[in-house]
Design a binder for this molecule. Structure first.
Ligand code: GUN
Ligand code: ZN
Length: 443
C-alpha cells in the first residue's frame, strides 16, 4: 500500500502536561507518515523528509495542526435526537425525555439510521473513539457496531442493563441482560476495531441480582470494558442511599460487586469523597468528566485538582444528550470554566491531553490510539486555526502553543475540524459536509 505524507504542525505528548509544560510537543513544521492504516513516523519535517517513499502521496497542510483523534469517554447515541431537551435536573430529564426516546431503539432500522448520523457528527467534531451507551435493546448495540465497523472506527459500546425503576417497556431481567450481553461480547468484542462495554446504566435501575450477573460476566471477560454512572446529582444520591442501605458510599456499591477495575469507566464522579477517590486510583477505574452535561443539568462541579491529587484516572466526555455538544473542543472549554469555578486553572495543553493521549492511557488503549506513535492506528484530526473568522484572528496572534490550544478550546467547535482520519482513511472532510447541506453551501 502506498504511503501518505502529511506535512503540518503536529501536537504530541511525552506525558501529562500536569507534570511539566514540556510534555506537550509542538512540531511547527512536522511530518506524519502513514502506511496501511498505521503511523510509520511523526516528527520534524527536516528530520523525517528522507523517509518519504518515492511514490508517496504528499499532502501539504502547513497551515493546519494535526492532533491525535479525540476520545469521548462517555456518550449515549440513542439520545442524539433529544439533545437540548429542557428539564429541571437529571431525574425529571430521564423520565420525561430519555426513557421515551430510548424506546424507539427497539426498531433496528431506526437504530441504524440514528447510529449513522451520530457517528457522522462525532467524526465532524474530530472524535474517532468513544465509549458509547446503547439502549436496553440488543439490536441497538448491533446497529451501532455495524455502523462503526463499516467505517472501520475503534469504538467501545454496550447494551444498557436495566431491570427496575424504569418504564416496563425498557426493562430486561438479570438473566436476559446477562444472556444478551454475553451474545454481544461473542459477536463484537475484538471484531476488527470494535470492543464491548458491560453497561449497567446506574445502580438505581439494576437489582442486586443484575449487578451480580454483570460481575460474573466482567470476571469472565477481563478485557471487556465496564461503564456506568456514579455520584452525578444530589437527588440521585439520596435515592441510591434508600435503595442500597448499608453501603459506605454510592461508589462502594460498584466496589461491592467487583465492578471497579482497569477499563471500568464511571460518568460524572462529582460527589466522591477522599476514600472513593482513593478506591478509583487503587483499582484503576476511570472518572469520566462531563462538563457540558453537568452544567446543563445543574448537576454540580467536578473537582479536577482533587482527582489529580488522588491520582484518580480521569478522561473527558460530552455525555450527549445530557451534554449539549458533540465537540470535544467545546467540552474542553467548559472543563476549563468548571476548573475556574472550583478555584483551579486547567491549561489548554492538559485539556488536549485529557481528550487524546491521557484518555487513551487511562482507557488502556494507548498502544493503539490517542498518540501519533509509530505503529499506532492512524486516527487523527486536522485542525484549522482559521476555522472561523474569530478563531483566525485570535490564533494569528497566539504567542505560544498554550495560547494556540487555548483559542481552539475556547472558540473552536466542528468548524475548526478540517478533516478527520480513521485508520489512515479520511472519514470526514468539512467542506464536503458543508456542501451536502444546501443552506451552508450557499453561505
Ligand atoms: N444517569 C443514568 N442514566 C443517565 C443518562 O442517560 N444520562 C446522564 N447524564 N445520567 C444518567
Ligand atoms: Zn451519561
Amino acid at each position: 500500500m502506498t504511503q501518505t505524507a502529511y506535512r503540518a504542525q503536529l501536537l504530541t505528548f511525552r506525558d501529562d502536561p500536569a507534570f511539566s509544560d514540556d510534555n506537550a510537543v509542538h512540531e511547527t513544521d512536522g511530518l506524519l507518515l502513514v502506511e496501511d492504516g498505521r503511523v510509520v513516523a511523526a516528527g520534524a519535517y527536516a528530520a523525517l523528509r528522507d523517509q518519504i517513499a518515492p511514490d508517496a502521496e504528499i499532502k501539504d497542510l502547513r497551515n493546519k495542526l494535526i492532533v491525535p483523534g479525540f476520545i469521548d469517554s462517555h456518550i449515549h447515541y440513542p439520545q442524539t435526537d433529544m439533545i437540548a431537551s429542557p428539564a429541571p435536573g437529571l431525574l425529571p430529564w430521564l423520565n420525561t425525555y430519555t426513557f421515551p426516546t430510548e424506546r424507539k431503539f427497539e426498531d433496528p432500522a431506526y437504530a441504524r439510521e440514528t447510529a449513522g448520523f451520530f457517528i457522522d457528527e462525532l467524526l465532524a467534531c474530530g472524535t474517532t473513539t468513544a465509549l458509547v451507551y446503547c439502549t436496553v435493546h440488543k439490536q441497538s448495540a448491533d446497529a451501532f457496531f455495524s455502523e462503526s465497523e463499516s467505517r472501520n472506527l475503534r469504538m467501545i459500546a454496550g447494551k444498557v442493563l436495566m431491570d427496575r425503576n424504569c418504564p416496563e417497556y425498557l426493562r430486561d431481567t438479570a438473566q436476559s441482560g446477562y444472556d444478551d450481553s454475553a451474545e454481544l461480547i461473542a459477536r463484537w468484542h475484538g471484531r476488527g476495531r470494535q470492543e464491548y462495554a458491560l453497561t449497567p446504566r446506574f445502580a438505581p435501575t439494576s437489582t442486586e441480582a443484575q449487578l451480580e450477573a454483570c460481575a460474573v460476566l466482567a470476571r469472565k471477560h477481563q478485557d471487556v470494558y465496564i461503564q456506568s454512572h456514579v455520584a452525578e446529582n444530589t437527588d440521585e444520591i439520596k435515592w441510591v442511599e434508600s435503595l442500597f442501605p448499608g453501603h459506605r458510599s454510592y461508589l462502594d456499591i460498584y466496589d461491592h460487586y467487583d465492578l471497579l477495575r482497569q477499563r471500568a469507566v464511571y460518568g460524572h464522579c462529582i460527589y466522591l469523597d477522599d476514600t472513593d477517590r482513593q478506591r478509583m486510583a487503587e483499582t484503576g477505574a476511570v472518572a469520566s468528566h462531563c462538563p457540558t452535561s453537568n452544567l446543563f443539568l445543574g448537576s454540580g462541579l467536578f473537582d479536577i485538582e482533587k482527582a489529580g491529587a488522588a491520582k484518580m484516572p480521569v478522561a473527558l466526555a460530552t455525555d450527549v444528550g445530557g451534554g449539549t455538544t458533540f465537540s470535544m473542543l467545546q467540552t474542553m472549554g467548559e472543563a476549563h470554566k468548571i476548573a475556574r469555578l472550583t478555584g483551579h486553572h486547567l491549561s489548554a495543553a492538559r485539556m488536549f491531553w485529557l481528550a487524546t493521549t491521557g484518555a487513551a492511557q487511562v482507557l488502556d488503549m494507548s498502544d493503539r490510539v490517542g498518540t501519533l506513535k509509530p505503529g499506532s492506528e492512524a486516527d487523527f484530526v486536522v485542525l484549522d486555526p482559521a476555522g472561523t473568522p474569530l478563531l483566525a484572528r485570535r490564533t494569528a496572534r497566539a504567542e505560544s502553543l498554550e495560547e494556540l490550544l487555548f483559542a481552539f478550546a475556547m472558540l473552536g467547535d466542528d468548524r475548526a475540524v478540517f478533516e478527520t482520519y480513521a485508520a489512515g482513511k479520511c472519514v470526514h472532510r468539512r467542506e464536503a459536509r458543508r456542501a451536502a447541506v444546501p443552506e451552508l453551501a450557499a453561505a
